[in-house]
Design a protein around this ligand. Structure first.
Ligand code: PEP
Ligand code: MN
Length: 338
């Protein structure tokens, strides 16, 4: 932490700031400039609230220089993490494509879509069996029946499964059917739930909360990691901003930022980020170009009759086009599709 004093700070005030820093266990290095004095406070105090220093008379600015997350940090693991999900690698040189409907609706629907996305090159089948809907009157998902259909459709077409778990009471049920547990944007800061996920042996894909900063997102990942589960995958799914032209604002910039700050793989979800079918492919291309380790995208064979998110679901032919285009981009930056 660096403390910059006000230009008119008195010697007495500066000495008091140093005294308080010492009391909190910091070593202090003082550098006296012409106008300002800069105090370097050395030492890790995880519980320390820097605002306690900001409030002291004579302080102009306090700058925190160490990150509050440890296990999620790039410094903790210099090489990016790679997770092996039944032979499908997440992270590393490969770019993995996950695709499927927003929700599992019935057997014909999930089998039709699984076959099409598998043929086009997807490795993981997505589909919600428990849906977090804004309205309690909207389709809530098929529950365990949906999980069974998802698993069997995926197995029929050599796909792995990712599906959302909405609550800690459902973890053991969802774990029975899925390869990757998805935590939805609305649950990113449900800390008791994240702690429970720390005990799971399955990888967890943690979606970014709609109003979460990158630091808050990594702190949520830290909850799962510190619980003992090392397999955390991040997912950028768009954030809420002042812009209303798209469903959310896809924060492509978060991808290189995460790559610099963390060793965890990052997947991009252009469907929920942009919210309308005709713009999903360009956003998928952009995400891969920015360094995403994969894409999760909604695909439906009959989106006009989908029970949820039809307008943002790609037709199977569009998904084939997405695959073709992101493959070219991945190869252009020295990667390949998983
Ligand atoms: C989803 O992927 O089905 C979903 C509900 O996404 P999010 O949590 O990002 O809104
Ligand atoms: Mn959806």
């Amino acid at each position: 932490m660096v403390v910059v004093t006000e230009a008119r700070a008195t010697e007495k005030q500066i000495e008091n700031i140093i005294k308080v820093l010492h009391e909190h266990g910091f070593d202090v290095h003082r550098s006296t400039g012409v106008q300002h004095t800069v105090l370097g406070a050395i030492g890790v105090q995880p519980e320390f609230d820097h605002r306690q220093i900001e409030l002291l008379p004579g302080v102009a600015e306090v700058v925190r220089i160490t990150e509050p997350y440890k296990l999620a940090s790039h410094a903790f693991k210099r090489n990016g993490s790679v997770f092996d999900v039944g032979g499908v690698k997440i992270g590393g040189d490969q770019v993995v494509i996950m695709a499927g409907p927003c929700a599992v609706e019935n057997d014909t629907q999930i089998y039709t879509i699984a076959e099409k996305v598998s043929k086009a090159g997807a490795r993981v089948l997505r589909g919600g069996a428990f849906k977090p809907r804004t309205s309690p009157y909207s389709f809530q998902g098929l529950g365990e029946e949906g999980l069974k259909l998802l698993r069997s459709a995926a197995d029929s077409f050599q796909l792995k499964v990712i599906t959302e778990v909405m609550d800690k009471s459902l973890i053991s049920l969802v774990e029975k059917y899925t390869d990757i547990l998805q935590v939805g944007a609305r649950n990113m800061q449900n800390f008791t739930f994240l702690k429970e996920l720390g005990k799971s042996s399955k990888p967890v894909m943690l979606k970014r909360g709609m109003a979460a900063t990158i630091e808050e997102w990594l702190m949520s990942a830290e909850y799962i990691l510190s619980g003992g589960n090392e397999q955390v995958i991040l997912c950028e799914r768009g954030i809420r901003t002042f812009e209303t032209a798209t469903r959310n604002t896809m924060d492509i910039g978060a991808i290189p930022v995460i790559k610099k700050k963390s060793h965890l793989p990052i997947i991009a979800d252009p469907s929920h980020a942009i919210g309308i079918r005709d713009k999903v492919i360009p956003m998928a291309r952009a995400a891969v170009a920015a360094g995403a380790d994969g894409i999760i995208v909604e695909v439906h064979h009959d989106p006009d009759h989908a029970k949820s998110d039809g307008a943002q679901s790609l037709f199977p032919d569009q998904f084939t086009q997405l695959m073709r285009e992101v493959r070219i981009i991945a190869e252009a930056i020295g990667r390949s599709l998983a």
